[in-house]
Write a protein that binds this ligand. Structure first.
Ligand SMILES: [Zn+2]
Ligand SMILES: [Zn+2]
Length: 336
């Protein structure tokens, strides 16, 4: 099979021929149809993940079809359309697993980091990492739902915001363009915040009730005109901009940060205390959360905006993702 691998930290993309892998007990083999390129794939490319073993095939936004099933796999069969995301396994025996909080497993595995991912024609994964793809979701859209979509969907639905609450999405990019769609369809008063006005019309098309241009408007004052935001989903990885949003929260509100800026945040704890507000991270989700993301997206007509590249053009596709200019997720199409 054809695969795109990295063989050392900071190495170049290598297109290689490999043996088609065989699923062991509890695993399935998936014939890959599409795999999104996530900014986290930088961890593999540049060797920023402790203990990562090379060579490694990255890719944790996988969509394809089960092609072979190992022993003792229950509920999955060849031919089934499936997606695989960041969450690549859990141990079932640690304290978090015993509580059923598999995403927080201390021995959790990450697809495309702990084992080879989807920049390849085939991938072998644990059956517990599988999400079922609804018929109406094409593979190239299912891919980005498996990390970008899941992360913002799961962050918002667990944020404590209720129907009618003000939810602001900061940054209209790979995560944010999905965040706006989910926030609107979950029944929130949805405010999109971005720099400049070139994404204003798009934000409204995606479902935003209001658009705030952060270069022309005092974002905090604008949010406070609505009583403050119950949730601000900060998707632009800019520490200074994110830090400034905290005063835009409503009492009890939360500034949710699902993607890490490289610099630390600088936040006045005084403003957190006075509003009993908080700042929180969000970590991905399990395979069932991914399946919920896919099903909600199909049900309520949420779509990622994508740019497609064939697997052979992985280097160009990766550079396009890194440039920040893609609208909005880059997806490798495989074996089409
Ligand atoms: Zn990702
Ligand atoms: Zn565990």
């Amino acid at each position: 099979m054809k695969a795109a691998q990295i063989s050392k930290a900071g190495g170049d993309w290598e297109l290689v021929d490999r043996e088609i892998p065989v699923p062991n007990e509890g695993q399935v083999r998936v014939k890959v149809e599409a795999c999104g390129i996530c900014h986290s794939d930088v961890l593999v490319k540049e060797g920023a993940w402790p203990g990562l073993q090379y060579p490694r095939v990255p890719g944790h936004e996988i969509a394809g079809r089960i092609d072979a099933v190992g022993d003792n796999v229950i509920g999955w069969s060849a031919g089934k359309r499936v997606g695989i995301g960041w969450h690549g396994g859990h141990c079932f025996v640690c304290a978090q697993c015993r509580r059923g909080d598999f995403a927080m497993c201390v021995n959790r595995k990450v697809t495309g980091i702990d084992f080879d991912g989807g920049y390849a024609e085939y991938v072998v994964v644990p059956a517990l990492a599988l999400a079922s793809i609804p018929d109406e979701v094409p593979a190239e859209e299912a891919g980005p739902f498996m990390c970008a979509g899941l992360t913002v969907f799961n962050a918002l639905r667990n944020s404590g915001a209720r129907g009618g609450d003000v939810v602001a999405v900061h940054g209209i990019g790979g995560l944010g363009h999905l965040g706006v769609q989910y926030a609107r369809r979950m029944g929130f008063e949805t405010i999109a915040i971005n720099r400049g006005n070139d994404k204003q019309d798009l934000a409204h098309e995606l479902g935003a009730h209001q658009y705030i241009d952060a270069t022309a408007t005092d974002v905090v004052a604008e949010l406070q005109k609505r009583g403050g935001a119950k949730v601000i989903l900060a998707t632009a990885p800019n520490a200074q901009a994110i830090s400034g949003l905290v005063d835009g929260l409503a009492p009890g509100g939360v500034l949710l940060v699902p993607a890490a800026p490289s610099e630390p945040l600088t936040i006045s704890v005084f403003s957190l205390i006075m509003k009993r507000s908080s700042v929180a991270g969000w970590y991905s989700g399990t395979a069932k959360d991914s399946q919920d993301t896919l099903e909600f997206s199909a049900l309520s007509d949420v779509h990622p905006m994508i740019e497609k590249y064939p697997l052979d053009e992985v280097a160009e596709a990766y550079e396009r993702m890194l440039s920040g200019k893609a609208r909005f997720r880059v997806v490798l199409t495989v074996g089409a």
